[in-house]
Design a protein around this ligand. Structure first.
Ligand SMILES: Nc1ncnc2c1ncn2[C@@H]1O[C@H](COP(=O)(O)OP(=O)(O)OP(=O)(O)O)[C@@H](O)[C@H]1O
Length: 821
């Protein structure tokens, strides 16, 4: 019993403890609920206050809330379980109480029974026994009941133990939940801290916002004050304005009245004007009528003027023709200007050629210097960029064909590098027949014509190609080759009927670029080459200048180029210059100087062109001259022999008398002419060797010397310095000629050299024949003297010069020309 009671007490104690735990759990739960409420509230607050709370925090809080809810549910469940256990425990307690009461009752009964027994003992022994037995039985029954109660107690105990175990497990759960709660509490604490930090931040932010708001508020208040002031001001102004507008309205109303009155007046005026306009219209119609009549009269007048203009144009064309004819007669160098087209990659906008006229007018202007204005030039012809090779050739064809009639023709292209000289003279690289330049077309044309005339005239065409490189003349057909070259076509024609011959030469010259060395910025060999080119072109310029000034001295000898072109520039040849122009504005300066040079060239008068035709007489002269030179050779040989014999005689007869010695001395001193004859040939050959490379000119030179050496009357020519090289040779020829003459007479007079007397006789005869023929021919061909400085001899110097240089074609020219092909 005591044990049971103790157990009961223990159980009650345990239950109390459980109750405490439950209470504390409940308390915690309440706290948690409070916390949750607070958290949720705070969260709500934070959500409301701070819209910038991160979604992560929100997620964590939501998760924690959910966990908290789960945790609450579990606690609720445990609470229910605990309530059930409590009710079970209370039932057990109640049962135990009732059992206890029963036991107490039984114990009381037992005590009563014991007292009764004792009483009974005292009362009756038999009865006592029976009673004892019954009591014993009752005790046994009581014992069995106690055993039963014990069993029940055992069962209760086991159930209680189970309940305790369950409670223990629940306690563990509670402990775990408590630990979770602690964790949650720490999380909540952390969150609270964060919340507090956020709150602080928020507070700071809100403080800032508040200060800002207060500032803004202040500003707004200030503005409101300002606006209020402005409003007041505007109200004031409005009032003023209203007052002013009132006065203005009054003014305008008054004005309106005045205007209405004015409009009324104007309407009246308009009506008057309408009436006037009607009368004007009538007048205008009348005027129109009159004008139409006048216009009809003017149309008729215009017709007359148009006719006059047409006639004027015709007269202009006629003038141009006449001008060309005059130029032809004067022998002006023809100048054709050709403007090349813009090449791919060049800017067609930067064109320096402003205008190209039909009659050879050209206006050059620099678009970058508009102020300067255009520069006008006039040439025989200006070919624009679209002119084809064929069109160019068609224009110069008659000139080229005149070579077949015995004229010397020179066509040369002048201009800066890249201006199209080679294109005009040769054509482009790998040219098609359509693109052929002057060279190919000229040769082709000359061959075709000579073929067509073969029944009447036989032509012998020889071609020579030379190049002047660094003042050296190279025969290009003999070997080597070059892009830039001096082509010469020699044409010798013989009339099959009359036997008359003609000799013409066509020089086609592609000059080097005319730009200045200092602008080309080259060095070394290229500089040397450029300097030579410049020297040649400068020499050409000097020759042109001298010719245009009609100077007595023309410096042909200053360069190989001018020597080569001497017969074309100074002789009675037909000369044409292509002045090539690059239209690009970057070449403006070069173009300008090129055109100025060309203008000067066009002013050069070479004299009337002469054909190199040889009649029978000239042919005789040529033959006689050939004989003469042969005889001269024979005489000089004989002279040498005589001299040798004399020397031999002097050395072997030292013992001869003084008379004999005097005679020998007299003989030797009276033979300078013989020495001079040797000089003649040496002068001739010297001249020839000097210009061996250019045989044409040198041949003429030696020939001139030869001619003059046998003609004492030609002494005047020796003074003519205008022909440079010719005059040099003439001088030599002149002196030697005089000497030759005296030597011839001395030889004839002395008659000592019997072996050569026959030859000398023939020589004398030949000389007199040549003199006669030459004088006759020359008087027929004599040109007008070019310069008054040139002595005008009784024997015509110009004629002789002409005869020697032009009238009679060079004896070795053909041979040199033939040297090429
Ligand atoms: N009338 C033209 N039509 C078409 N192309 C042209 C014409 N004239 C020149 N050209 C072209 O312009 C370029 C330069 O011409 P070209 O070589 O004939 O000049 P150049 O004066 O001979 O130069 P350089 O002095 O350097 O030899 C070439 O490509 C040539 O084909």
């Amino acid at each position: 019993m005591i044990r049971l009671l103790k157990e009961k007490e223990d159980t009650i104690q345990l239950m109390k403890e459980k109750e405490d735990i439950f209470m504390s759990t409940k308390e915690k739960e309440d706290n948690k609920a409070d916390l949750k409420k607070g958290t949720v509230g705070n969260m709500k607050q934070s959500t409301d206050e701070d819209i910038d709370t991160s979604t992560k925090e929100k997620g964590d809080i939501i998760r924690l809330m959910k966990e908290n809810e789960d945790y609450n549910n579990t606690i609720m469940k445990l609470k229910l379980d605990l309530e059930a256990l409590k009710s079970l425990h209370e039932e057990n307690c109640k049962l135990l109480e009732s059992k206890k009461e029963d036991i107490i009752k039984l114990l009381a009964d037992k005590e009563d029974n014991a007292s009764m027994i004792l009483q009974l003992k005292q009362d009756s022994l038999t009865k006592e026994n029976e009673d004892i037995l019954r009591l014993m039985k009752e005790k046994e029954d009581g014992n069995s009941i106690i055993a039963k109660v014990k069993l029940e107690m055992e069962a209760l105990r086991s159930s209680y133990e189970e309940a305790c175990k369950l409670l223990e497990s629940k306690e563990e759960d509670v402990v775990r939940l408590l630990a979770d709660k602690e964790d949650n509490a720490s999380v909540i604490l952390q969150l609270r801290q964060e919340l507090e930090a956020t709150k602080r931040l928020h507070e700071i932010h809100s403080q800032q916002l508040e200060t800002r708001a207060s500032q803004v508020k202040e500003e707004l208040e200030h503005r409101i004050k300002e606006v209020e002031l402005m409003l007041e001001d505007s109200i004031k102004r409005k009032r003023e304005f209203e007052e002013v507008s009132k006065s203005r309205i009054q003014f305008w109303e008054q004005k309106g009245i005045v205007v209405n009155q004015f409009v009324g007046l104007q309407v009246q005026n308009v009506q008057d004007l309408r009436l006037c306009s009607v009368s004007f219209r009538h007048e205008i119609l009348n005027c129109q009528k009159r004008w139409l009549e006048e216009l009809a009269g003017l149309g008729q007048n215009l017709k007359v003027v148009t006719n006059a203009a047409e006639k004027y144009h015709a007269a202009l064309a006629e003038n141009r023709k006449l001008f060309n004819e005059i130029q032809e007669l004067k022998g002006n160098i023809r100048v054709y200007c050709r403007i090349r087209p813009f090449q791919p990659g060049e800017d067609e906008g930067s064109n320096s050629v402003e205008y190209i006229g039909d009659n050879g007018e050209l206006v050059l202007s620099n678009p970058t210097k508009q102020k300067e204005g255009g520069k006008n030039f006039t040439f025989n012809k200006v070919f624009g960029p679209t002119t084809t090779q064929d069109m160019v050739f068609k224009d110069i064809q008659p000139l080229i064909r005149s070579v077949l009639d015995g004229y010397n023709v020179c066509i040369f292209a002048y201009g800066q590098t890249g201006s199209g000289k080679t294109y005009t003279m040769m054509g482009p690289e790998k040219a098609t027949e359509k693109e052929w330049g002057v060279n190919y077309r000229a040769l082709n044309d000359l061959f075709n014509i000579s073929h067509a005339r073969r029944d009447m005239i036989t032509y012998e065409l020889t071609v020579q190609m030379i190049e002047i490189y660094n003042e050296q003349i190279r025969d290009l057909l003999g070997g080597g080759g070059s892009q830039k070259n001096v082509v010469t076509i020699h044409v010798r024609g013989q009339d099959l009927k009359t036997g008359n011959t003609s000799r013409g030469a066509l020089h086609l010259v592609d000059l080097a670029g005319s730009e200045r060395v200092d602008r080309s910025a080259v060095t070394g060999d290229r500089l040397k080459e450029a300097q030579h080119i410049n020297k040649s072109l400068a020499a050409l310029g000097d020759v042109i200048f001298s010719l245009s000034q009609k100077n007595a001295h023309v410096p042909y000898r200053n360069s190989k180029l001018t020597q080569v072109l001497q017969t074309s520039l100074g002789g009675h040849a037909k000369t044409l210059m292509f002045v090539q122009v690059n239209p690009d504005v970057s070449s403006y300066t070069e173009t300008l100087s090129t055109l100025k040079f060309a203008e000067r060239v066009s002013g050069v008068e070479l004299g009337v062109a002469r054909t190199n035709k040889e009649g029978k007489e000239v042919k005789d002269v040529r033959e006689l001259m050939d004989q003469l030179s042969m005889l001269k050779d024979t005489i000089s040989k004989k002279d040498d022999e005589i001299e040798q014999l004399q020397l031999l005689n002097t050395s072997t007869s030292k013992l001869k008398s003084n008379r004999q010695a005097d005679h020998i001395l007299k003989h030797s001193s009276s033979s300078p002419g013989i020495t001079s004859l040797g000089k003649v040939s040496s002068v001739g050959s010297g001249a020839a060797s000097d210009l061996d490379n250019f045989s044409d000119t040198s041949d003429r030179q030696s020939e001139a010397g030869s001619m003059l050496s046998i003609e004492p009357e030609v002494s005047g020519l020796g003074d003519v310095e205008s022909d440079g090289r010719l005059s040099d040779a003439s001088d030599g020829g002149n002196s030697t000629g005089a000497e030759t003459d005296s030597s011839v007479s001395s030889v004839v007079d002395q008659g000592q050299e019997k072996a050569s007397s026959a030859a000398k006789e023939r020589l004398t005869k030949t000389v007199s024949r040549v003199q006669k023929l030459t004088v006759r021919k020359a008087s027929g061909l004599r040109p007008k003297p070019r310069d008054p400085a040139i002595p005008k001899p009784s024997v015509p110097t110009g004629a002789r010069r002409n005869t020697s240089t032009q009238g009679i074609p060079p004896a070795r020219a053909t041979s040199s020309a033939k040297r090429g092909p």
